[in-house]
Write a protein that binds this ligand. Structure first.
Ligand SMILES: C[S@@+](CC[C@H](N)C(=O)[O-])C[C@H]1O[C@@H](n2cnc3c(N)ncnc32)[C@H](O)[C@@H]1O
Length: 461
């Protein structure tokens, strides 16, 4: 006999209005990490700050909030409607046995009002709270330290120039937990010990770890590790982290500093010190000086997630070590036989190599999360690199300028890597679009971007 699926309960998620495209993959990935799946009775309005989720338990809701940086808070939803009347009717239908445990006479509570796209006066707020007197509140009001907090949430739409008198939608629920938005401040790059020109912003680093479904005791690898910004967020979630970078100075914390008013890196400016700054040193495995176009890992070595920001050639060079052959040919071999030539590393090759590496070195079900630079006028979904062992999970755009952006690509390993999978990405007739990645740098700097923007502006006149 098949087991009955657990009954789903309704929760209201209040989301931050930032990185909008990244929110759904974050929430979906995190729910799947806790054994749930994304399900909603309403059609999710991707840009709205309010989503109703149907999930099996409060425990799952709390788990989600321990990880999300995209959502601010979650509530047990008691009722909602398109007008105050509809909300009250819905609340009157909410089962009494689910309400009563939170309304007992020996408990304390408060009601909070949150409005989106409108500010209410204190008097308006009090009127709305008083209108809920039909609910059987028996406890004492305590504004400072209540046991239970109930929220009225009102949605006045997305248009700040056209705010309606009455909200489009109203919700009422019991607050359960806040998300991890404070990590954005406490891990801010501004206060970080060791930074570089391309250190990843804290919020996006946490989003990447969440898209990658990083979990405690995982081993996470960044093949373009730089200052280790992406290791920090994974280590915060309890994963053991390691990385590689072609740049000796970056790995050893030597050379020029990236901070204004500081010429050289200080004695302890390195990746380990960054992890130590946040009490995460115990999660640091190591970082190696290594060229990611020539993987050094033995067969059978497996990572739970690969989370990385490869070079796009804008603020850092795309390069790789020259081959022995090339080196000899150009007679640029140093006296101690060390290969010192670095040749340019085409963007398309960087992504091919990265996908092949992930296909080979990820555990089954493990995720690759990386940024792909995009020249927007030429973007089609076809140019997202593919690999037969990797399934595309999400693809979210972050604008860089009017004509350039980068896309956060998340892929999951769904098939064991076999030797014949080495080059199969070339077989599906999409080789040409991939070559397009190579010219990103030229287009970024060529002035094409500025010229198109000017033409568009002129056309609007
Ligand atoms: C965008 S940065 C990564 C920044 C990093 N996420 C951080 O938080 O500092 C890309 C890094 O890739 C490194 N890199 C470039 N070519 C490489 C190669 N062939 N193999 C390994 N690393 C390489 C660069 O030295 C640079 O540190």
């Amino acid at each position: 006999m098949a087991l009955a699926a657990p009954a789903l309960r309704r929760y209201l998620l209040l989301l931050a209005q930032e990185h909008l495209e990244f929110r759904l993959p974050e929430i979906t990935s995190l729910l799947s990490l806790y054994g749930g799946q994304f399900s909603s009775e309403q059609e999710i309005r991707v840009n709205s700050p309010f989503w109703i989720l149907s999930i099996p338990s409060e425990e799952m809701a709390r788990g989600l909030m321990k990880r999300t940086v995209c959502a601010k808070s979650i509530f047990e939803l008691w009722g909602h409607g398109r007008s105050a009347g509809e909300l009250y009717a819905c609340l009157k239908n909410y089962p009494m046995d689910k309400m009563l445990p939170y309304l007992q006479s020996d408990s304390t509570y408060k009601v909070h009002i949150h409005t989106f796209n409108k500010t209410l006066t204190q008097a308006q707020k009090i009127k709305k709270i008083d209108a809920l007197e039909f609910l059987p509140f028996k406890g004492k009001v305590n504004l400072k330290n209540p046991e239970h907090i109930f929220w009225i949430l009102e949605d006045y739409g997305m248009d700040p120039n056209n705010v309606p008198e009455e909200p489009f939608h109203l919700y009422f629920g019991r607050w359960i937990a806040d998300g991890q938005r404070e990590l954005i401040e406490s891990y801010s790059v501004k206060k970080r010990h060791f930074i570089g020109n391309t250190s990843m912003d804290a919020c996006l680093s946490f989003i990447m770890a969440n898209h990658g479904r990083v979990k405690p005791n995982d081993v996470v690898y960044d093949p373009f590790v730089g200052t280790g910004g992406l290791l920090i967020s994974s280590a915060h979630f309890g994963a053991y982290v390691c990385g590689a970078d072609i740049d000796y100075n970056t790995i050893h914390g030597l050379g020029k500093a990236s901070r204004k008013n500081q010429k050289w890196r200080g004695p302890d400016e390195n990746i380990r010190a960054n992890l130590r700054q946040y009490g995460l040193e115990k999660y640091y495995l190591d970082a190696l000086v290594s060229d990611s176009s020539r993987p050094i890992w033995r067969k059978g070595m497996l990572f739970d997630a690969i989370i990385t920001d490869p070079p796009y050639g804008i603020r850092e060079a795309t390069r790789r070590t020259g081959s022995q052959k090339e080196t000899v040919k150009s007679a640029e071999r140093s006296t101690d036989n060390h290969i010192f030539v670095s040749s340019s590393y085409h963007l398309s090759d960087i992504f091919f190599d990265l996908l092949k590496f992930a296909a080979e070195y990820l555990v089954m079900g493990g995720r690759l999360v990386y940024w792909l630079p995009i020249y927007r006028p030429e973007y089609t979904e076809e140019i997202i690199p593919r690999h037969p062992c990797l399934k595309l999970i999400s693809n979210c755009e972050q604008m860089l300028s009017s004509h350039t952006s980068r896309r956060l690509i998340t892929m999951e390993k769904v098939k064991e890597f076999k030797d014949q999978d080495q080059h199969s990405y070339l077989l599906d007739g999409q080789y040409m679009p991939y070559r397009g990645h190579n010219s990103f740098r030229e287009k970024y700097f060529s002035g094409v971007t500025k010229r198109i923007a000017k033409e568009e502006k002129d056309n609007q006149k």
